[in-house]
Design a protein around this ligand. Structure first.
Ligand code: C2E
Ligand code: MG
Ligand code: MG
Ligand code: MG
Length: 290
């Protein structure tokens, strides 16, 4: 049919499909350039203890502004980096950048207990990852306990030997390990126990669901109780309303993160946010501030 219509297979693809494929290739190559030229940046979203209001940590999130294409969201460029084979380089960049930033905060006496970096599950199966993390820590001079790595549950092969070995090696360095977007994948409770996790993050979808009637409340409650009994810190993501915060607090959710507390911030804005946060909120058991 394509041949009849125009004599070439080209006709088989609509112009839209063609442009889309071309855009993807161009965008992926622009991403590679941005990464190489240091034009990606990290923003940091505060995570706070729901009872005391004390800062628990910050999550580093990648941002990409391209002069030609504008702001490209991570939900678009992360999958692209995976496809283009750039995800390991991006992960390494994020680890190095976040650790450097932590060293700067520490040198200036800004009390940020820990920085979390998102890593792709693909990077997690790279046997060189624990060694890389170790050398980045050394290079930056920050204590390993100041770093946490997050892996998304839905992409994590929780029962694979490689995953478990990498998780153990990372924890052995003294670095924290977090399961991100919990509830969006299919990992069983047995798998949850087999990984040496320090943290589990309840996906925003469940936090949103809390305000509606249904089973979500019970699910969130169950995750919180499991976290408690395993000694794993549970962080609720995407908290946007006071009602959500109250419900989570009522369920004894220890840590919350979301636009209600703060949007992700430029590194330079974190100290003033923190100052303002403490000013407007009494912190009974504040972390040691220097
Ligand atoms: P994530 O790790 O689950 O990060 C949380 C996402 O929720 C962030 O989106 C954050 O800006 C957003 N968020 C936080 N609070 C709220 C809220 O109250 N309401 C709403 N609607 N959203 C909220 P972001 O920055 O667009 O990142 C999206 C995803 O892209 C991340 O989800 C993570 O999976 C991935 N990502 C971001 N940066 C990196 C990176 O450096 N490396 C890797 N591998 N993935 C990254
Ligand atoms: Mg995350
Ligand atoms: Mg998440
Ligand atoms: Mg999420």
């Amino acid at each position: 049919r394509a041949r009849e219509a125009g004599g070439s297979l080209y006709r088989f693809f609509s112009p839209e499909m063609n442009r889309w494929a071309q855009d993807r290739v161009m965008l992926a190559s622009a991403l590679g350039d941005a990464l190489a030229d240091g034009r990606l940046r990290l923003v940091y979203q505060p995570q706070v203890r729901s009872r005391s209001g004390a800062l628990y940590g910050v999550e580093a999130l990648a941002r990409w502004h391209d002069p030609e294409w504008g702001d490209i969201p991570p939900t678009r460029f992360i999958p692209m980096a995976e496809e283009a084979g750039l995800i390991e380089a991006l992960g390494e960049w994020a680890l190095r950048q976040a650790c450097r930033q932590m060293a700067i905060w520490m040198a200036h006496g800004v009390g940020i207990p820990v920085v979390s970096v998102n890593l792709s599950a693909r990077h997690f199966s790279d046997p060189g990852l624990p060694g890389l993390i170790g050398s980045i820590l050394e290079e930056s001079g920050i204590p390993p306990g100041r770093l946490m790595v997050e892996i998304t549950e839905s992409t994590m092969i929780t029962d694979s030997e490689t995953t478990i070995a990498a998780a153990r090696a990372i924890r052995a360095l003294g670095v924290g390990l977090s399961m991100d977007d919990f509830g969006t994948g299919f990992s069983s409770l047995a798998n949850l126990v087999s990984l040496p996790l320090s943290e589990v993050k309840i996906d925003r979808a469940f936090v949103v669901g809390l305000e509606r009637a249904g089973d979500t409340y019970s699910i969130v409650n169950a995750v919180l109780r499991i976290g408690q009994s395993l000694g794993v810190t549970v962080v609720a993501e995407g908290v946007e309303t006071q009602r959500q915060l109250d419900l989570l607090d009522g369920l004894d959710c220890p840590v919350v993160q979301g636009f209600l507390m703060s949007r992700p911030l430029d590194a330079g804005k974190v100290p003033s946010w923190l100052e303002e946060w403490h000013r407007s909120r009494p912190v009974p058991e504040a972390l040691p501030r220097r």
